[in-house]
Design a protein around this ligand. Sequence first.
Ligand SMILES: *Cc1c(COP(=O)(O)O)cnc(C)c1O
Length: 418
Amino acid sequence: MSTSITRADCVARDQQDPLRSLRERFDLPEGVIYLDGNSLGARPKAALARAQDVVSREWGTDLIKSWNTAGWFELPKRLGDRLAPLIGARAGEVVVTDTTSLNLFKALAAALQIQSTGPNAARRTIVTERSNFPTDIYMAEGLTQWLRQGYSVRLVDSVDEIPAAVDADCAVLMLTHVNYRTGYQHDMAQLTRHAHANGALAVWDLAHSAGAVPVDLHGANADFAVGCTYKYLNGGPGAPAFIWVPQRHQAAFAHPLTGWWSHAAPFAMSHGFTAVDGIGRALCGTQPVLSLALVECGLEVFEATTMAAIRAKSLALTDLFIALVESTCAQHPLGLVTPREHARRGSQASFTHPHGYAVMAALIARGVIGDYREPEIMRFGFTPLYTSYADVWDAVAILKDILDRESYDTRLERSAVT
Ligand SMILES: *Cc1c(COP(=O)(O)O)cnc(C)c1O
């Protein structure tokens, strides 16, 4: 490739990489460069034995006793406590449960409820970005329409419009910390401060942040947060999501999904609902134990390093990828949509190309797995736990080859999942 960075340079950087040994904790197929950990994290090796143990011993042998003896009932909280340090939360403030969509619904319902009883009771809008992940907007719209009290969702078209949109009618500012398409990272502390100064609560979606970038929810004084465990946290396909309710909001935390798991005495089987104290209020019903159990295998890997070390390598990987793409593929119509500024960048690098879908399909066919997001965006996620500098070099060499030879098929039909 016509660049000053050689593959040997990348191999040398890998030898100096303090996270290098963590790749051994993951099972990745031979010949695959996996740049899609932002969508579905790779499998921790430990997950296979854990799944086997849950199915054969905990379920097969110990049967229903396992709710107590294997700690199934406590699992959402135990995992929440283990996840908490990654997002600047404290023990007893996080549960792993349900989906991100559902947890967002609970957080928004609770935030609107808190606002409705104070000096901001007349406020009726939830402010978010049009570029937010669609399910977040769908859930907010579903909730506001269901309430039939004049609530609505206000969409803004750029980051610059957010401050003014937090006006006298704004009850909640709901933002996704790192944008799923562009990788743009908001200044959580500053926007939360702005929301509070203007009477709004701040709800954060950490789907592309947890395990990807350092997050300090308490430092930012955020109000509620939700996020995924199947992306950068490597919890497995469809693994339950998480919700954070800080201690200061727990007594007032109320949502309409008042299932028996959030009851003060679920096995009293009593008539009438009494919410349990603490983070257990964020639960609803029986959890998928198999999926939940595997989340622990993903979290364990993070305990062998720090988010600061992960962030340093993430920025180095994305810097390298951007530099190599821009120097070796300069004659092709690629456009970087991810911020160059480190503070504003998540752990991905996205490029537009007029035939982005076809080029990504060609990359995947050659073992470089990223993904595609409308419109025209090729998205490459970088997971420092298992991605090497040589992987980055090899991925760009294959991209360059595909583009130079135009070896992609522009008539491809879209798959159901892109
Ligand atoms: C991935 C993602 C989700 C996924 O929601 P689920 O309910 O788990 O399917 C939600 N919001 C954002 C911002 C995401 O990136």
